[in-house]
Design a protein. Structure first.
Length: 553
């Protein structure tokens, strides 16, 4: 549902296999073709022009409430695989607004994309000033199958917490459209980044690929298959050189159940795996797509080319490609070896995302990082025993703290995350503390045994990215008085200047335990009215989630 990118002579790169109408003329392997290929995926389709910046509202015909898939079914879909215990769950941090007009919360700045079902806008959150992206999906163009796919997409995004996957913030619905509010990635697409630099080294490409593989490995561990991995769906969150990769558009994604195979033919011709054409595939089809992307990054052209789409798909079906010495002579053997393993025709023998992260080419080109001892020492003072207070603080860090502010902590997180899957295990945390304690196993074990249950607030057995950020973010810098006031408005759903237990129940979609609520009131409810006003909310946050001043730098 993103912007449609046109290939040479009109082939739409983002077109599904189910909607092939245009043909493509692809030239032979040449420098001219390489330049045209990269340029072609940067050119917007004529129907995807960008509007000049302006402040307008979303075109809502009727905002009266009607039951639809964002009211009940999204939460039910998520809860199919969610814990039944009162733990911190990812769904708590995605707001579902079936009764609220999106124009009350967001101001349109410009249209940044257009697809078959609707448009994508750059917007500003009125309360916090945060820049975000909104995918507006027109209901009138959707069939029942499309709504079912949207339901699965939102349920999947609500369950994802990875630094290299775009974060979903809110969902709105009216009788006209659905609105998915997510991170805005100002750094542009993967190929746009390539176009801006004259030469990319293998080390730089390996860094890109490691981030992509980390996100895909994370998804595969959760049984999620993206099914449409391509350069247009790989963005950078910021414009600077140290920007992070973000995978977007899970509209074609599916969740595997009980080791089943998927049958739906879906994808983009240049990147689709041969087993998808046979309608019998699993998560290894994503690895094939990544192999094609890596091939392009290292050569400038795709491994499977033809004079039209049919010829491209025929070559994909055969799975035959080559490394022309004229183009690949300077590429390392380990780089070519990883491509071979990713493009193995038999998916059973094809390398997994987790194993690809440990491939020699990825490891040899890894950027050197360093674990910040001060950050880890601060973790020891972290306390999340009161789940409600923790949930309030994590909601704020998810909704208000910018990616730029998280950058330094992301590097530390990735350094601790030795296997690169986007999470921190108990053993990985132990290895980090073992270094701090200079090999003293008993000291490291003692710290981790006490600390890990505090960090793992959702009880998943691993520390997710947001859990790590919540524990380590510099509170004094990130939560200014202005931001605390902005955050208060996110919790004060009716705008009357007070936060009630019922509002938190609605916000987190979870019945708040009376004992936890009373513990919060005991800390900040100075007037004993059973509610929290702005000053009390400020006191609650200043009475830190930690036991000592751990957030000072």
């Amino acid at each position: 549902m993103g912007c449609c990118k046109s290939f040479p002579n009109g082939c739409c790169a983002s077109k599904s296999l189910e909607n092939q109408t245009n043909s493509v003329i692809l030239k032979e392997n040449s420098e001219q073709f390489q330049n045209e290929f990269i340029q072609s995926v940067l050119n917007l389709d004529a129907n995807c022009s960008v509007q000049k910046e302006k402040e307008i509202n979303f075109p809502i015909k009727n905002t009266s409430y009607t039951k639809d898939i964002t009211d009940v079914e999204i939460k039910q879909e998520y809860m199919k695989t969610s814990s039944k215990q009162w733990n911190i769950k990812q769904t708590m941090f995605v707001r579902v607004n079936s009764k609220k007009n999106i124009n009350e919360s967001y101001l349109i700045k410009e249209m940044i994309g257009q697809g078959g079902f609707g448009k994508v806008y750059k917007v500003v959150h009125k309360q916090t000033g945060m820049i975000r992206a909104v995918k507006m999906i027109l209901k009138e163009k959707m069939k029942q199958e499309d709504e079912e796919r949207l339901l699965e997409e939102t349920a999947i995004l609500m369950d994802i917490d990875h630094p290299n996957i775009v974060k979903l913030y809110e969902i709105f619905s009216d009788t006209y459209s659905y609105y998915l509010v997510s991170e805005y990635c100002e750094g542009g697409e993967l190929f746009q980044k390539i176009k801006l630099v004259s030469i990319l080294t293998e080390k730089e490409i390996a860094n890109f690929m490691k981030q992509i593989l980390s996100a895909v490995s994370y998804c595969h561990q959760k049984g999620i298959v993206h099914r449409d991995l391509k350069p247009e769906n790989i963005l950078f969150d910021q414009k600077h050189d140290q920007a992070s990769i973000k995978i977007i558009d899970f509209g074609a994604s599916a969740k595997l159940q009980n080791c089943e195979k998927l049958q739906k033919r879906i994808g983009t011709p240049f990147y689709v795996a041969p087993e998808v054409l046979d309608a019998n595939y699993d998560e290894k089809s994503d690895i094939w797509s990544l192999g094609v992307i890596l091939y392009i990054l290292l050569s400038g052209y795709p491994p499977f080319m033809g004079t039209n789409e049919q010829e491209v798909l025929i070559k994909v079906k055969k799975g035959e490609y080559s490394f022309d010495p004229n183009d690949w002579g300077k590429v390392s053997n380990t780089g070519k070896d990883l491509i071979r393993r990713m493009l193995l025709y038999n998916p059973t023998n094809r390398i997994s995302a987790a194993d690809a992260l440990n491939h020699e080419w990825i490891k040899n080109n890894k950027a050197k990082g360093q674990i910040n001892n001060l950050t880890l020492s601060k973790l020891q003072d972290f306390d999340s025993k009161n789940k409600l207070k923790y949930a309030i603080f994590q909601f704020i860090t998810v909704q208000v703290v910018t990616n730029q502010e998280k950058n330094d902590l992301l590097k530390i997180f990735q350094e601790i995350d030795k296997n690169g899957d986007g999470t921190v295990s108990k053993d990985e945390l132990y290895q980090a503390y073992l270094k701090i304690h200079k090999g003293n196993k008993l000291a490291a074990e003692t710290v981790v045994e006490e600390l890990f249950p505090q960090l793992d607030a959702n009880g998943s057995g691993i520390v997710d990215f947001s859990e790590f950020i919540t524990a380590t973010i510099n509170k004094e810098k990130s939560l200014s008085r202005q931001r605390i006031e902005q955050s208060f408005k996110l919790f004060d759903l009716d705008g009357n200047g007070l936060i009630t237990k019922q509002e938190l129940n609605e916000l987190f979609d979870e019945e708040i335990d009376e004992e936890m609520w009373q513990e919060i009131l005991d800390q900040c409810d100075n007037d004993n009215d059973g509610m929290i006003n702005l000053n009390e909310f400020i006191n609650l946050l200043e009475n830190k989630i930690s036991k000592t001043p751990l957030f000072k730098s």
